[in-house]
Ligand binder design. Structure first.
Ligand code: BYC
Length: 328
């Protein structure tokens, strides 16, 4: 017969247990805000949810390099080019930390990549919008990275240890990204009339897609309730979206730019901004991969994977040789 014991410092140890008892220990650890670690027992559904969320997060970081990479050769100065290059490299690093965190759950990098290429795994809708002008690089840093930070800061306390630890470093880098984006927008907003118009146009195009990044409204989010019970998600989609609006509106005012929402107004009673209706039909169409940009993004990822197969083959062959030499 299996038993479960609880140490005096609320540190829970499984001596041995059947699945019901193991689940009780798992639930108690989560309720006690202890991390679940790769070798701990966890319900299958928890493991699946984490693989889904972490791998989609990783894919978003990697696909997110594409719209910015598009502007590298057209950055207006060497300084801007160096900053953009560093940011893109950071996004790549974030993808790698996240793939590694997902691998601790028992899925391989190849399987995650295949799921993306076959359309079984998603990536953030935000990267299915085109980057039309240089100001889009500023708007992405300010709004997209700004939204990402708000979503990701609570993930530093997500219940799965490897995901939480990956998020610590990611959040530090994201806050640099947000600031460089805001600074870039500030230069444009205070520049010539043409530059100011370009900044306003970028804000007009990126505002609503940024609000959609947080996911569907709470009452239409199939995963939120369970993910919050498991403390994978710490805040609901709508709560984070509201926080984003509340911190970003004064930033736009400081830039002298106008948020493209005629219904936006301060609500004294709620102590928060009311904002207009989000076009959820557009969100769902973008999630389904409709539109030309989604096709371009996926084609670029598949092409990179296939044309770089020789690099993976060479690395694996080298590793096999090394192991052979060690064994000899
Ligand atoms: N785009 O029940 P829900 C970055 C899907 S990259 C696409 O609320 P959940 C950056 C959702 O997956 C930032 N799909 O789901 C990189 C679900 O479908 P499945 C990326 C979306 O998981 C480079 C369905 O809709 N950040 O920062 O509880 C340059 C129902 O949704 C989206 C992350 O990935 C969307 N926007 O909550 C610059 C953060 N929203 O999977 C910047 C980690 C929802 O059931 N992820 N869906 O088929 C999360 O926090 C959560 O997964 C979400 C969604 C809040 C996104």
């Amino acid at each position: 017969m299996y038993t479960v014991s609880l140490s005096p410092e609320t540190d829970l140890h499984i001596v041995a247990a059947d699945d019901t008892q193991r689940n009780a220990v798992f639930e108690a650890k989560v309720a006690d805000d202890q991390f679940i670690e790769p070798k701990d027992w966890m319900p299958d559904a928890y493991r699946k949810t984490l693989i889904r969320q972490i791998s989609q997060h990783a894919h978003s970081e990697i696909v997110g390099m594409l719209p910015e990479g598009n502007w590298l050769t057209r950055a207006p100065s060497l300084r801007r080019k160096a900053i953009l290059l560093a940011k893109i490299q950071d996004e790549c690093g974030h993808g790698l930390y996240l793939y590694s965190a997902a691998e601790t759950l028992g899925i391989s990098r190849d399987d995650m990549t295949e799921a993306l290429h076959q359309g079984r795994a998603k990536y953030s809708t935000i990267f299915n919008y085109p980057t039309l002008t240089w100001a889009d690089m500023g708007a992405i840093g300010w709004l997209v990275d700004g939204a990402a930070i708000l979503n990701q800061v609570p993930l530093q306390r997500t219940s799965y240890g490897p995901y939480a630890r990956a998020m610590v470093r990611i959040c530090k880098e994201e806050s640099f990204h947000q600031r460089q984006g805001y600074e870039s927008m500030m230069v444009l907003a205070q520049g010539t009339e043409g530059q100011r118009r370009m900044a306003q146009d970028a804000l007009n195009r990126w505002w609503w897609p940024s609000l959609m990044m947080f996911g569907p409204p709470d009452d239409q989010s199939p995963n939120s309730a369970q993910s919050m019970r498991w403390r994978i998600k710490r805040d609901s989609n709508d709560a984070l979206r509201q926080k984003f609006v509340d911190v970003t509106v004064p930033q736009a005012q400081a830039l002298g730019l106008t948020i493209p929402d005629p219904d936006l107004k301060w609500n004294e009673t709620r102590n928060a901004y009311d904002y207009g209706a989000i076009d959820w039909a557009e969100f769902h169409a973008v999630v389904r991969g409709e539109g030309p940009v989604a096709k371009e993004r996926l084609a670029a990822r598949i092409d990179a994977w296939e044309s770089n197969a020789w690099v993976r083959d060479a690395a694996l062959a080298h590793e096999a040789k090394r192991s052979q030499r060690k064994a000899a």
